[in-house]
Write a protein that binds this ligand. Structure first.
Ligand code: PMP
Length: 434
């Protein structure tokens, strides 16, 4: 029998020894201690605001699309655990990884055929960048090694991903000067339903033309810029980027780590525009939020280019590449998603969020309310006090995280209407105090 949990001792150790995301050492805030999680609920070791269980409005950073402790996903992990949890991928292969790669080739936009199974989202972006730089090197164009993106993006916390995060608003401006200098266009004009603005398209064209000789790739989050500001833009810009990249000889990378697997209403955000990128990054919901895994898929042109070069291999091979446990649960999560009317569920969530968040628009200091697919955002007219906002939501029985001037919900797709309404009310309560 494990010892009973001494919450104060645990928190004391946590504070003094354990880094948390974007946190100081020692820690200054008091995290909630989680005992277990099931469905859309996180169960706490101690009640907060009178609640022992909180509805998770964030899907654990947008990953747990089927909720926690799902019997089908649990069974997939247990079944795989009985065979092997891990085996190296160099010189060896296995059915779960091959099955997952096949599934991904089948469901992602037409033309993406080769799959690199990495161990986290940031690493898959590193791999995507390496694919593009190596492609041009192999083609005798080593000078094509810069990246272009638009402002307001977020691609992860390792080095190359940081270099294409928003250079000012992001968390990485500390490193400007140390990071590779990339080419930045303005953020895409906001609005999912709006037609592309000709002046902005001209700006993209001018910038890309000027830098075409040194650009390896353009990398963007399609349709929704997530951690960079939760902004939505027209899918038309993806078609513009595809056309410009083709004209000017630049590769196109879509980072769908946050948008993949239905979140924006189509299976992949690229599907809104019917565009195939040269490289696609996936992560987060890939394993239903069970285990860390990500993928970088590419089109044959990129794979062939690399393989015909002076170093005819993709020089990357992490220890946990293709991890069998992650692969097995990813396959189960994809099957679970596709077996149900996931698009109907996302439409239902969208409808309830539109209805439920609409009253927030008339609250004091709310600048804007926007909803797309299973994403609801309330933008304030000032930077929010994240801890106060979280506490106010917890008092309504809901877990949410705010950042910058933003409060948002991205719930698991299995959330019921009642819980969703409660989530909207909690967000409104957070907006009142944030
Ligand atoms: N790209 C995007 C669009 C993301 O939202 C994130 C994570 N928030 C990442 C990359 C990085 O993924 P990870 O945290 O798994 O490294």
């Amino acid at each position: 029998m494990p010892e009973p949990l001494d919450v104060e001792r645990l928190l004391d150790w946590d504070r003094r020894h354990v880094w948390h995301p974007y946190g100081p050492m020692p820690g200054r805030s008091r995290p909630l201690v989680v005992e277990s999680a099931s469905g859309v609920r996180i169960r706490l070791a101690e009640p907060v605001g009178g609640h022992r269980e909180l509805i998770d409005a964030t899907s654990s950073w947008w990953s747990t699309i089927h909720g926690y402790n799902h019997p089908v996903l649990n069974a997939a992990v247990q079944d795989q655990l009985g065979r092997m949890s891990h085996v190296m991928f160099g010189g060896l292969t296995h059915e779960p990884a091959v099955r997952l790669a096949r599934r991904l080739v089948e469901i992602t936009p037409e033309g993406l055929e080769h799959v690199f199974l990495a161990d986290s989202g940031s690493v898959s972006v590193e791999v995507a960048v390496k694919m593009c730089l190596q492609y041009w090197r192999s083609r005798g164009r080593p000078d094509k090694r810069r990246l272009m993106t638009w402002r307001g993006g977020y691609h992860g916390d390792t080095w190359h991903p940081m270099s294409v995060c928003d250079p000012e608003g992001g968390m990485h401006n500390l490193w400007s000067g140390a990071l590779p200098r990339q080419v930045f266009a303005d953020a895409p004009p906001a609005g999912f339903d709006r037609e592309p603005e000709p002046e902005y398209v001209d700006q993209l064209r001018r910038l890309m033309s000027r830098h075409a000789d040194e650009l390896a790739a353009v990398i963007v989050e399609p349709v929704v810029q997530n951690a960079g500001g939760m902004r939505f833009h027209s899918p038309g810009y993806l078609r513009v980027l595809r056309q410009l990249c083709d004209e000017l000889g630049v590769l196109l990378v879509f980072d769908e780590i946050a948008t993949g697997f239905g979140r924006t209403g189509t299976l992949f955000a690229a599907d809104h525009a019917q565009v195939t990128p040269d490289v696609l990054c996936l992560g987060k919901a890939l394993t239903g939020g069970y285990l860390s895994m990500a993928a970088a898929l590419c089109v044959p042109r990129v794979a062939e280019g690399i393989s015909e070069g002076e170093v005819p291999v993709l020089a990357h091979g992490p220890t946990f590449m293709g991890n069998p446990l992650s692969s097995a649960v990813a396959c189960a999560s994809i099957d679970l998603l596709l077996e149900q009317d996931w698009a109907g569920e996302v439409r239902r969530i969208e409808r309830v969020l539109r209805e439920g968040l609409a009253p927030c628009a008339s609250l004091d200091r709310v600048a804007e309310v926007r909803v797309l697919g299973a994403i609801g955002v309330v933008r304030m007219d000032h930077p929010v006090d994240g801890e106060r906002a979280a506490r106010a939501a917890a008092e309504q029985g809901v877990w949410l995280r705010a950042f910058r001037d933003l409060l948002y919900v991205m719930p698991p797709y299995v959330i019921g209407d009642d819980d969703l309404h409660r989530t909207c009310q909690a967000l409104a309560a957070a907006a009142e105090v944030a």
